[in-house]
Design a protein around this ligand. Structure first.
Ligand code: ADP
Ligand code: MG
Length: 739
């Protein structure tokens, strides 16, 4: 803040609110809505507008319609309620044409001081009938003031119980009356090319539009600010990252990678080859690779990662492979060992002449094993270190880390990636892999610091997966059929997963979420508002014994969840891999990466409790071998519910991209965008990943261009401020320091 710019004579966005709106209102704005400055308040945009041209006359109201009327209060009477405590306010209102309507407010004592005879206000609600008369029950209302009368739109603000929309509107108007037009952060060339209004005008118009076109134009302009803030932040981050030195690891002929390719039991798909070539070229450069490989479940990403790690090993440097769960980390370590054979047995008998060593490093190794693993890592003896994400965050020392591969990281923010890159001058190469297809706008924002490669096809010989919703609400007998189907798979020589949302009672404590499971806590599919008093989700520890004694009696059942001791987890997973178990009852700990080709069936209980992408991932655990897969989504939710719609969507398509887009529509976008931001207050209010794809794409191009020419944004202090608003000062300082 520039102190001499916010003196009394000059009001700008940094000015305090008190001198303009008064202490009482300023305190309320600060306390209720955390609005402290003029800038905060003018960026508290209306939630919607009431178009005075579209108001209804009381005479024309129809039962059941949602109506907004302007009327004057004729009578307001407080009455005791019959069945409840408290008072009811019975109100009669009358419009300009003289027609009357009853309104009832249940919080009588709270509104009685406002709703008094003579008050003109907007009343909005659903038209019902009471005592043979039309009435509005507990309508929303907005008192009108004289100067409201002439305005074509009434702005309705996000409000709280203690601070009404119209009080906010009054403060906004007071501020707009005295605010000097702020300096526009967007460069004139950009505004001109995109036909954008000036900031000052846009801020006025979004609060006080004259026409519908006004607020559309204003919003559009303000969306641009947010899109530019995000894209500049990402461009600066990208610039800062790629400017760091990294160990160049060009392909070496006659090395481990060549030897590995020679013993590969299958041919790489065209996609694997193309992406492999991009990765190989990135690794050869003396600046860090930042690449995301997206490819649907089973597309064959692991082999891409392994080949990259071998290229790095061929240059005498180490690679780390990070998985979201311990189960997946140990599976990776095992399968890398199998794939590499003698090439991965450095230091052991029978190793190839040129070999690397694979070390598993997870948080729950025993002390001795952990010490040995750390030693191998620090000495550089371990060429490939496999572990959980916690591994690197715990500042494990590597002798010479050339590459970090992050596997299955679909909920991983920009900040975590920064942490993995480390603070030193030199950064390792980074390869991020995800099986959750990423809608374009998410790619441009949450993953905007990365280059993106896509694997579009699956390797040949994949089997189709048939997905069926089992709706217990309508067809309770189908439950039997689920278990019969499980038995059929098993008698066909195959294996089945049964997934429950919850672990159950562990050591006297009811474990609701499996913290080891990759998506725990983010069960975005859960819609607690739907249905009432739902029973707790099914738990592994309850379901498994019941099935063992009942429907699946005689089958070999194992259980797997994050609360098991690590060696037990490992033992169970191995037993399942070796087909010593027929059925694995598990939490979403098996959601990602787990690869047992003989498993052909997956039953997901309480499937409505999972998010779309989660279900798609879980389903990807089957159909990995030559036999077709079957996925049963069991739910008790009623036929007409958003939960059932979601499940039908999963059953209806195996197109991960389509599901990812739907997931984005259903999930609160803020959760997604939150990953690009830091700090408490979000600078993003209007930007939508669904609606603003074009703007985000254009902003990305402008941002890249601006940063390429002026990496410190020296010529554009306004844009630098916009970045700060989006990501917070601290982080902005962090990039700008690096350039
Ligand atoms: P994801 O992309 O889901 O991580 P994986 O890397 O686990 O997939 O690969 C799934 C399976 O496909 C593995 O068993 C792997 O060995 C196999 N696979 C990978 N690439 C090919 C290929 N080109 N041809 C045949 N099988 C392949
Ligand atoms: Mg994988």
């Amino acid at each position: 803040m520039n102190p001499d710019r916010s003196d009394a004579g000059h009001i700008d966005l940094d000015s305090a609110l008190v001198p303009i709106v008064g202490k009482k209102a300023a305190d309320a704005l600060a306390l209720q809505l955390e609005l402290h400055t003029v800038g905060d308040l003018v960026r508290h945009y209306p939630r919607r507008y009431v178009d005075r041209g579209k108001l209804t006359d009381i005479g024309g109201l129809e039962i059941g319609e949602h109506a907004t009327v302007v009327a004057q209060v004729e009578k307001a009477t407080l009455r005791d309620m019959r069945a409840r405590r408290g008072k009811l306010l019975a109100v009669v209102i009358r419009d300009e044409k003289g027609a009357q309507l009853d309104c009832t407010f249940f919080n009588g004592h709270k509104v009685a001081h406002v709703i008094q005879p003579g008050l003109r206000a907007l009343f909005a609600g659903k038209v019902g009938v009471f005592n043979h008369k039309l009435q509005l029950t507990h309508p929303q209302f907005e008192p009108l003031r004289e100067d409201d009368e002439i305005r074509p739109f009434i702005s309705v603000y996000p409000a709280t119980g203690k601070l009404n929309s119209w009080e906010i509107a009054r403060c906004v108007r007071q501020v707009l009356d005295v605010l000097d037009d702020p300096t526009d952060p967007l460069p004139p060339f950009l505004r001109q090319r995109e036909g954008l209004a000036e900031l000052g005008r846009a801020l006025r118009r979004i609060h006080v539009p004259e026409t519908e076109g006004d607020y559309h134009a204003a919003r559009n302009r303000l969306v641009w600010d947010e899109a530019m803030g995000v894209q500049l932040a990402l461009a600066l981050r990208r610039h800062a990252t790629v400017s760091r030195p990294a160990p160049a690891c060009p392909p070496q002929t006659g090395g481990l990678l060549d030897a590995f390719d020679a013993r590969l039991p299958f041919t790489l798909t065209a996609g694997q080859q193309a992406v492999g070539a991009e990765v190989a070229a990135d690794l050869a450069r003396p600046h860090p690779m930042n690449r995301l490989v997206q490819g649907d479940v089973g597309a064959g990403k692991t082999v891409i990662a392994l080949r990259a790690m071998l290229q790095v090993n061929d240059n005498g440097r180490q690679a780390a492979l990070l998985a979201p769960t311990e189960v997946l980390a140990s599976q990776h370590a095992r399968s890398l060992r199998v794939m590499l054979g003698p090439l991965g047995q450095a230091g052991e008998l029978g190793a190839a002449e040129r070999a690397t060593k694979i070390t598993l490093l997870t948080g729950s190794l025993g002390t001795a094993a952990r010490r040995k693993a750390l030693l191998d890592t620090q000495s550089g003896e371990a060429g490939i270190v496999v572990g959980t994400h916690a591994l690197i965050q715990d500042h494990v020392g590597f002798a010479d880390l050339g590459l970090v591969v992050v596997d299955e990281q679909h909920r991983f923010g920009v900040e975590q990636r920064d942490a993995l890159r480390g603070r030193g001058e030199r950064a390792p190469h980074m390869l991020v892999m995800t099986a959750t297809p990423i809608p374009r706008t998410v790619a441009m924002t949450v993953y905007g610091d990365l280059e993106i490669s896509s694997l579009r096809e699956l390797p040949d010989g994949r089997s189709p997966i048939a997905t069926t919703v089992v709706p217990l609400a309508e067809k309770p007998t189908w439950f039997e059929r689920v278990w019969r189907r499980v038995r059929e798979e098993v008698s066909g020589g195959h294996q089945v997963y049964i997934v429950c949302p919850r672990v159950g009672d562990v050591g006297g404590k009811d474990t609701v979420v499996d913290t080891e499971a990759p998506d725990s806590g983010a069960d975005s599919g859960v819609d607690p508002g739907e249905g009432t008093a739902r029973r707790p989700p099914l738990a592994v520890l309850d379901v498994a014994p019941r099935l063992a004694e009942g429907a699946l009696d005689g089958l070999r059942l194992g259980i797997l969840h994050g609360k098991l001791p690590p060696d037990e987890k490992d033992a169970v997973m191995r037993a399942f891999e070796r087909a010593e178990l027929d059925v694995l009852v598990a939490t979403t700990v098996i959601e990602v990466g787990v690869d047992v080709p003989n498993a052909t069936g997956i039953v997901i209980l309480d499937a409505d409790r999972f998010g779309l992408s989660q279900l798609h991932q879980l389903r990807g655990r089957v159909g990995r071998g030559s036999a077709p897969g079957v996925c049963l989504l069991v739910t008790e939710m009623p036929e007409v519910s958003s939960a059932r719609e979601r499940l039908d969507a999963v059953a209806g398509t195996t197109d991960g991209f389509a599901l990812a887009r739907l997931d984005l529509e259903l999930r609160r976008e803020g959760d997604v965008l939150g990953a690009v931001q830091s700090g408490r207050r979000s600078g993003l209010r209007l930007l939508s990943l669904l609606r603003h794809e074009e703007i985000i794409a254009k902003a990305q191009v402008y941002a890249a261009d601006l940063v390429a020419h002026d990496p410190g944004l020296q010529a554009h202090p306004g844009l630098a401020a916009l970045v700060a608003e989006t990501v917070g000062d601290e982080e902005r300082a962090a990039y700008l320091d690096k350039v």
